[in-house]
Design a protein around this ligand. Structure first.
Ligand code: ZN
Length: 262
Protein backbone atom coordinates (compact mmCIF):
# COMPACT_ATOMS: atom_id res chain seq x y z
CA UNK A 1 0.00 0.00 0.00
CA UNK A 2 1.29 3.47 -0.83
CA UNK A 3 2.09 5.98 1.91
CA UNK A 4 -0.98 7.66 3.36
CA UNK A 5 -1.60 11.05 4.88
CA UNK A 6 -4.56 12.09 6.98
CA UNK A 7 -6.08 15.54 7.44
CA UNK A 8 -8.63 16.39 10.11
CA UNK A 9 -11.13 18.41 8.06
CA UNK A 10 -13.29 18.95 11.14
CA UNK A 11 -13.06 17.97 14.80
CA UNK A 12 -16.14 19.61 16.34
CA UNK A 13 -19.08 17.80 17.87
CA UNK A 14 -22.65 18.22 16.61
CA UNK A 15 -22.97 21.96 17.43
CA UNK A 16 -19.56 22.96 16.08
CA UNK A 17 -17.49 25.60 17.86
CA UNK A 18 -18.65 28.30 18.12
CA UNK A 19 -22.25 27.13 18.16
CA UNK A 20 -24.97 29.37 16.69
CA UNK A 21 -25.13 32.63 18.61
CA UNK A 22 -21.31 32.75 18.54
CA UNK A 23 -21.46 30.65 21.70
CA UNK A 24 -17.96 29.40 22.56
CA UNK A 25 -18.74 27.65 25.87
CA UNK A 26 -15.45 27.16 27.75
CA UNK A 27 -13.44 27.57 24.52
CA UNK A 28 -11.24 30.66 24.23
CA UNK A 29 -12.40 32.57 21.10
CA UNK A 30 -8.88 33.99 20.60
CA UNK A 31 -7.38 30.49 20.15
CA UNK A 32 -7.73 29.67 16.40
CA UNK A 33 -7.62 25.91 17.13
CA UNK A 34 -10.90 26.23 19.02
CA UNK A 35 -12.79 27.05 15.79
CA UNK A 36 -14.16 23.62 14.92
CA UNK A 37 -16.29 22.41 12.05
CA UNK A 38 -18.14 19.11 12.25
CA UNK A 39 -16.16 15.83 12.12
CA UNK A 40 -14.67 14.70 8.84
CA UNK A 41 -11.37 13.13 7.77
CA UNK A 42 -9.46 13.25 4.48
CA UNK A 43 -7.31 10.19 3.66
CA UNK A 44 -4.82 10.61 0.83
CA UNK A 45 -2.39 8.43 -1.08
CA UNK A 46 -0.34 9.71 -4.03
CA UNK A 47 -3.29 9.08 -6.37
CA UNK A 48 -6.43 8.80 -4.26
CA UNK A 49 -8.53 10.96 -1.92
CA UNK A 50 -11.05 9.34 0.42
CA UNK A 51 -13.43 11.17 2.75
CA UNK A 52 -14.87 9.89 5.99
CA UNK A 53 -18.29 11.54 6.56
CA UNK A 54 -19.88 14.50 4.80
CA UNK A 55 -21.24 16.73 7.56
CA UNK A 56 -22.92 20.13 7.28
CA UNK A 57 -19.54 21.88 6.80
CA UNK A 58 -18.38 19.59 3.97
CA UNK A 59 -18.23 22.21 1.18
CA UNK A 60 -16.17 24.64 3.27
CA UNK A 61 -13.90 21.83 4.43
CA UNK A 62 -13.08 20.65 0.90
CA UNK A 63 -12.44 24.19 -0.28
CA UNK A 64 -10.17 24.87 2.69
CA UNK A 65 -8.18 21.70 1.94
CA UNK A 66 -8.25 22.50 -1.81
CA UNK A 67 -9.75 19.12 -2.65
CA UNK A 68 -12.00 18.85 -5.70
CA UNK A 69 -11.65 15.17 -6.45
CA UNK A 70 -12.55 12.18 -4.30
CA UNK A 71 -12.70 8.48 -5.08
CA UNK A 72 -15.18 7.44 -2.38
CA UNK A 73 -16.86 8.28 0.90
CA UNK A 74 -16.77 6.05 3.98
CA UNK A 75 -19.61 6.77 6.40
CA UNK A 76 -19.34 6.16 10.13
CA UNK A 77 -23.08 6.44 10.88
CA UNK A 78 -26.26 8.28 9.95
CA UNK A 79 -26.29 11.16 12.46
CA UNK A 80 -26.90 14.52 10.78
CA UNK A 81 -23.63 16.08 11.88
CA UNK A 82 -21.86 13.34 9.89
CA UNK A 83 -24.03 13.19 6.75
CA UNK A 84 -25.96 16.39 6.07
CA UNK A 85 -23.45 17.70 3.51
CA UNK A 86 -24.15 14.64 1.32
CA UNK A 87 -25.79 16.83 -1.32
CA UNK A 88 -22.36 18.36 -2.14
CA UNK A 89 -21.44 15.02 -3.75
CA UNK A 90 -23.44 16.26 -6.76
CA UNK A 91 -20.75 18.87 -7.41
CA UNK A 92 -17.91 16.38 -6.96
CA UNK A 93 -19.56 13.94 -9.36
CA UNK A 94 -19.86 16.69 -11.94
CA UNK A 95 -16.30 17.99 -11.50
CA UNK A 96 -14.77 14.51 -11.49
CA UNK A 97 -16.91 13.40 -14.47
CA UNK A 98 -17.86 10.28 -12.55
CA UNK A 99 -20.90 8.16 -13.21
CA UNK A 100 -21.58 7.79 -9.48
CA UNK A 101 -19.55 8.26 -6.30
CA UNK A 102 -19.01 5.06 -4.28
CA UNK A 103 -20.25 5.41 -0.70
CA UNK A 104 -19.62 2.76 1.94
CA UNK A 105 -21.68 2.37 5.15
CA UNK A 106 -23.41 -0.25 7.25
CA UNK A 107 -26.92 -1.37 6.27
CA UNK A 108 -28.70 0.75 8.89
CA UNK A 109 -26.90 3.92 7.81
CA UNK A 110 -27.60 3.29 4.12
CA UNK A 111 -31.30 2.63 4.74
CA UNK A 112 -31.55 5.86 6.73
CA UNK A 113 -29.69 7.85 4.05
CA UNK A 114 -31.87 6.38 1.28
CA UNK A 115 -34.98 7.51 3.14
CA UNK A 116 -33.69 11.03 3.82
CA UNK A 117 -31.79 11.68 0.57
CA UNK A 118 -33.65 9.36 -1.82
CA UNK A 119 -32.81 11.47 -4.91
CA UNK A 120 -29.07 10.95 -4.30
CA UNK A 121 -29.56 7.19 -4.68
CA UNK A 122 -32.49 6.82 -7.08
CA UNK A 123 -32.33 10.13 -8.97
CA UNK A 124 -34.92 12.90 -8.98
CA UNK A 125 -38.11 13.31 -10.99
CA UNK A 126 -36.31 14.46 -14.16
CA UNK A 127 -33.23 13.55 -16.22
CA UNK A 128 -31.65 16.72 -14.86
CA UNK A 129 -31.31 14.95 -11.50
CA UNK A 130 -29.43 11.69 -12.05
CA UNK A 131 -28.53 9.30 -9.24
CA UNK A 132 -25.24 10.37 -7.60
CA UNK A 133 -24.36 7.59 -5.18
CA UNK A 134 -23.16 4.05 -5.76
CA UNK A 135 -24.03 2.45 -2.41
CA UNK A 136 -21.84 -0.29 -0.91
CA UNK A 137 -23.01 -2.05 2.24
CA UNK A 138 -20.40 -2.96 4.83
CA UNK A 139 -21.85 -6.16 6.29
CA UNK A 140 -21.04 -7.99 9.53
CA UNK A 141 -18.92 -10.27 7.40
CA UNK A 142 -16.78 -7.36 6.18
CA UNK A 143 -15.80 -6.25 9.68
CA UNK A 144 -12.17 -6.78 10.63
CA UNK A 145 -11.22 -7.56 7.01
CA UNK A 146 -9.09 -5.61 4.58
CA UNK A 147 -10.90 -3.83 1.74
CA UNK A 148 -9.57 -1.39 -0.78
CA UNK A 149 -10.55 1.67 -2.77
CA UNK A 150 -7.97 2.13 -5.53
CA UNK A 151 -4.58 1.99 -3.74
CA UNK A 152 -5.94 2.65 -0.22
CA UNK A 153 -6.62 -0.31 2.06
CA UNK A 154 -9.04 -0.01 4.98
CA UNK A 155 -10.44 -2.26 7.70
CA UNK A 156 -13.90 -1.41 9.12
CA UNK A 157 -14.81 -2.24 12.70
CA UNK A 158 -18.00 -1.80 14.69
CA UNK A 159 -18.36 0.66 17.56
CA UNK A 160 -21.00 1.08 20.27
CA UNK A 161 -22.51 4.57 19.88
CA UNK A 162 -25.15 4.06 22.57
CA UNK A 163 -28.29 4.43 20.46
CA UNK A 164 -26.82 2.85 17.31
CA UNK A 165 -23.71 1.15 15.95
CA UNK A 166 -21.11 3.24 14.17
CA UNK A 167 -18.15 2.13 12.05
CA UNK A 168 -14.53 2.93 12.77
CA UNK A 169 -11.87 2.56 10.09
CA UNK A 170 -8.28 1.41 10.28
CA UNK A 171 -5.71 2.33 7.59
CA UNK A 172 -2.31 0.68 8.08
CA UNK A 173 -1.14 1.85 11.55
CA UNK A 174 -3.69 4.68 11.79
CA UNK A 175 -7.31 4.41 12.95
CA UNK A 176 -10.28 6.77 13.10
CA UNK A 177 -13.05 6.30 15.69
CA UNK A 178 -16.01 8.72 15.75
CA UNK A 179 -18.69 8.53 17.39
CA UNK A 180 -18.55 5.92 20.12
CA UNK A 181 -19.19 5.35 23.77
CA UNK A 182 -17.36 2.02 23.92
CA UNK A 183 -15.57 -0.70 21.95
CA UNK A 184 -15.86 -4.46 22.31
CA UNK A 185 -13.06 -7.03 22.18
CA UNK A 186 -13.55 -7.64 18.46
CA UNK A 187 -13.01 -3.96 17.66
CA UNK A 188 -10.03 -3.82 20.01
CA UNK A 189 -8.51 -6.79 18.20
CA UNK A 190 -8.71 -4.85 14.91
CA UNK A 191 -7.16 -1.80 16.57
CA UNK A 192 -4.17 -3.55 18.11
CA UNK A 193 -0.89 -2.35 16.58
CA UNK A 194 -2.28 1.04 15.62
CA UNK A 195 0.28 3.78 16.25
CA UNK A 196 -2.00 6.79 15.79
CA UNK A 197 -5.61 6.72 16.96
CA UNK A 198 -8.08 9.56 16.37
CA UNK A 199 -10.99 9.06 18.73
CA UNK A 200 -14.23 10.71 19.87
CA UNK A 201 -13.83 12.08 23.37
CA UNK A 202 -16.94 14.28 23.52
CA UNK A 203 -17.81 12.72 26.89
CA UNK A 204 -14.74 14.58 28.29
CA UNK A 205 -14.92 14.48 32.11
CA UNK A 206 -18.63 13.56 32.37
CA UNK A 207 -19.86 10.31 33.82
CA UNK A 208 -22.74 8.51 32.17
CA UNK A 209 -22.73 10.20 28.75
CA UNK A 210 -24.95 7.73 26.84
CA UNK A 211 -23.38 8.18 23.40
CA UNK A 212 -19.81 9.53 23.71
CA UNK A 213 -16.74 8.13 25.48
CA UNK A 214 -15.17 10.15 28.28
CA UNK A 215 -11.41 10.52 28.78
CA UNK A 216 -11.31 7.83 31.45
CA UNK A 217 -12.74 5.26 29.03
CA UNK A 218 -10.39 6.38 26.22
CA UNK A 219 -7.39 5.83 28.54
CA UNK A 220 -8.69 2.34 29.43
CA UNK A 221 -9.23 1.45 25.77
CA UNK A 222 -5.79 2.70 24.79
CA UNK A 223 -4.23 0.59 27.56
CA UNK A 224 -5.26 -2.29 25.28
CA UNK A 225 -4.60 -0.65 21.90
CA UNK A 226 -1.28 0.95 22.96
CA UNK A 227 -1.30 3.68 20.31
CA UNK A 228 1.72 5.98 20.68
CA UNK A 229 -0.35 9.04 19.79
CA UNK A 230 -4.03 9.59 20.49
CA UNK A 231 -5.78 12.63 19.00
CA UNK A 232 -9.13 13.53 20.54
CA UNK A 233 -11.88 14.61 18.18
CA UNK A 234 -15.62 15.38 18.29
CA UNK A 235 -14.62 18.17 20.67
CA UNK A 236 -17.48 19.90 22.44
CA UNK A 237 -18.04 23.41 23.79
CA UNK A 238 -16.64 22.62 27.29
CA UNK A 239 -13.33 21.45 25.73
CA UNK A 240 -10.90 24.35 25.35
CA UNK A 241 -7.82 23.50 23.24
CA UNK A 242 -5.10 24.87 25.54
CA UNK A 243 -6.83 23.59 28.68
CA UNK A 244 -6.99 20.11 27.17
CA UNK A 245 -3.32 20.27 26.16
CA UNK A 246 -2.36 21.05 29.76
CA UNK A 247 -4.64 18.33 31.19
CA UNK A 248 -3.83 15.42 28.88
CA UNK A 249 -1.05 12.91 29.59
CA UNK A 250 1.94 12.33 27.31
CA UNK A 251 0.88 10.81 23.98
CA UNK A 252 -2.53 12.52 23.93
CA UNK A 253 -3.54 15.78 22.25
CA UNK A 254 -6.71 17.48 21.06
CA UNK A 255 -7.18 17.51 17.28
CA UNK A 256 -7.87 20.73 15.44
CA UNK A 257 -9.30 21.56 12.02
CA UNK A 258 -6.53 21.28 9.43
CA UNK A 259 -4.30 18.97 11.50
CA UNK A 260 -2.21 16.83 9.14
CA UNK A 261 -0.94 13.43 10.22
CA UNK A 262 1.66 11.68 8.05
ZN1 ZN B 1 -23.30 10.32 16.32
Amino acid sequence: MSKLSFTILGCGNSTGVPAIGNFWGACDPTEPKNRRSRCSLLVQSADTNLIIDTGPDFREQLNRAEIDNISAVLYTHQHSDHVNGIDELRVLRHRNKLDRIPCFANAFTLEDLKARFHYMFAGGNHDLYPPIIDAHTITENDLGKVHNIADIEFIPFEQDHGTCKSLGYRFDDFAYSVDLVDLDDTALETLKGVKTWVVDAAGYNQTGNPVHANLKRIYELNDVIQADMVYLTSLALPMDYQTLLSELPHGYAPAYDGLEIR
